[in-house]
Write a protein that binds this ligand. Structure first.
Ligand code: AHR
Length: 515
């Protein structure tokens, strides 16, 4: 049986190598062993532009926009449908300027500050720790607090943990919490130690950060980490493999649980291009950058494997997504961009990469959740729209905590001029009820792709599906036309025993369910 499988694989690789034009996937449910951690579907909310203010939070006395304690109800409702598992806050670069004690207590007495990274606008601290953690409870999402290592102190971070998670009466911090109306602790497991320590988080070298990390991590809990906190080190920027190597070498294993990684799909940092008016060449380059995530995750994981072969430490891609020029007429520091079918392609292909690497990637946080970068929600006063990226996240949420089914894929090429990329990407999982889900993306801007799928170890009688597609890559939802792009039923999949044939239109995302 094993030899047979090897033979099929060799034949399959030969066909792929020979350039024979056929997309072929072999799904091997027999050897499946890794679970897709639901936190791969995590999000990120920074005090930046209108992510928090105007996005989540509209003020306690707002009579125009329905809210509870200032948090928009339409947003909560939409995010609950995504089943967002984890939410990172308050930054980003903002995190290393944030002093959490400024954001607790009576709002009228909270001091203001300037948000130096994001437009020097006034931050009045009206949305702080209590507001964020209460909101996470309503959302059913686990909070991921990014601690201030760049300009804070170890004491400040240790106090934040006590304020949020220690039982009432155990020390002054929980008493302060009780005084401010919350006697019981929240559950806060995920803690980041700084953000982009190599840049806005302190311009540190990897070696220097590793030492600073050890100092901060020491005071976050006791010898045995009886608080059960999960410490995430500020990770590499893109392909800075030296950063990962140094942290894996220098951080005592007992003192960390995950390393971060940030990667944005940017055409060119000095000329990012419009989020809605772009050429096919710009689209192609964006997809090249997005698919580079495969190499990044593979190579960072290989370094981690050297020090941690049993994969006890995770890679947390705690910022990822597309980054373009801001929409004309908006504040350049607010990073407000539209979200088109191009973004749906980034989301679908990237999530497939994370699913397939779920043995090491245990968390990821799309940047950012509302009104900033590749957002799932855009708001304009009382109006709110869901973006194509929202729909991909919703379609893919069936993979959360499901058993990943390994697959081998030979794809036709999406060719532009002399350049080419794999047209098709895919991932598959089996949920706890036995349903198998396959997510497929065709990034080819012009050609339909027929995909033949060989299902090994999957017995299914029926296939159903949903598709996200549109007439042009530049299509997007707008406040005037909020439902232009939304998933619809997909009928172009036919199942015959263990063989599945799927026809994917150009630039489309499909989710299939087999039962
Ligand atoms: O997401 C926007 C910014 O990008 C974050 O604040 C920072 O961490 C990254 O450089």
């Amino acid at each position: 049986m094993k030899n047979m499988r090897i033979l099929i694989l060799v034949l399959f690789l030969f066909v792929a190598e020979a350039g024979i034009s056929q997309n072929k996937i072999i799904i091997d449910a027999v050897t499946a062993k890794d679970t897709i951690n639901k936190n791969i579907y995590g999000h990120f909310a920074e005090h930046l532009g209108h992510c928090i203010y105007g996005g989540f939070y509209v003020g306690d006395n707002n009579k125009k926009i329905p809210n509870k304690d200032g948090v928009r109800l339409d947003v909560i409702d939409a995010l609950k449908k995504l089943k967002i598992p984890a939410l990172r806050w308050p930054g980003g670069c903002f995190a290393d300027t944030y002093h959490w004690k400024d954001g607790i207590g009576l709002k009228s007495e909270r001091p203001s500050m300037l948000n130096i990274w994001w437009g020097n606008v006034k931050e009045d601290n009206s949305f702080g720790t209590n507001e964020f953690l209460n909101m996470c409870e309503v959302l059913g999402a686990e909070p991921y607090l990014s601690g201030n290592v760049g300009s804070g102190t170890p004491q400040e971070l240790a106090d934040w943990i006590k304020y949020t998670t220690h039982p009432n009466g155990s020390s002054p911090m929980p008493e302060l919490r009780a005084k401010y109306g919350r006697p019981n602790p929240w559950k806060v497991k995920f803690w980041g130690l700084g953000n982009e320590a190599w840049g806005c988080g302190g311009n540190m070298t990897a070696e220097y950060y590793a030492h600073v990390y050890r100092q901060y991590a020491t005071f976050m809990t006791d010898w045995n980490n009886s608080d059960g906190i999960y410490r995430i080190a500020s990770g590499a920027s893109g392909d800075d493999y030296h950063w990962t190597e140094v942290l894996m070498k220098e951080l005592p294993p007992k003192m960390f649980d995950a390393l971060g990684l940030h990667h944005y799909s940017v055409i060119d940092w000095s000329k990012k291009g419009s989020s809605t008016e772009f050429s096919e060449r710009e689209y192609f380059t964006t997809m090249q950058r997005a698919l580079f995530m495969e190499e990044l995750v593979t190579k960072h994981s290989a370094i981690m494997d050297k020090y941690d072969p049993k994969k006890t430490k995770a890679l947390a891609v705690d910022e990822w997504g597309g980054w373009y020029d801001v929409v004309q007429g908006t504040n350049g520091a607010f990073l407000f961009q539209q979200n088109t079918m191009r973004d749906a392609m980034i989301a679908g292909a990237t999530l497939n990469i994370f699913n397939n690497h779920c043995d090491r990637v245990k968390m990821a946080n799309l940047a950012q959740i509302i009104n900033v970068l590749q957002a799932v929600i855009l708001t304009d006063n009382e109006k709110m729209i869901l973006t194509p990226t929202y729909h991909v996240m919703e379609m893919y949420n069936v993979h959360q905590d499901a058993l990943m089914l390994p697959l081998t894929l030979a794809s036709n090429k999406y060719i532009l001029g002399k350049d080419m990329l794999d047209a098709v990407s895919a991932s598959a999982s089996r949920d706890k009820n036995g349903a198998v889900h396959i997510s497929l993306v065709n990034i080819d801007a012009k050609n339909e792709q027929e995909v033949k799928i060989d299902l090994q170890g999957v017995t299914a009688k029926s296939v159903t599906g949903r598709i996200l597609k549109s007439a042009t890559l530049q299509d997007h939802n707008s406040f005037d036309n909020p439902a232009k792009i939304k998933p619809v039923a997909f009928t172009n999949a036919s199942l015959n025993g263990n063989n599945l044939v799927v026809k994917l239109p150009p630039f489309s995302v499909v989710i299939l369910e087999l039962k």
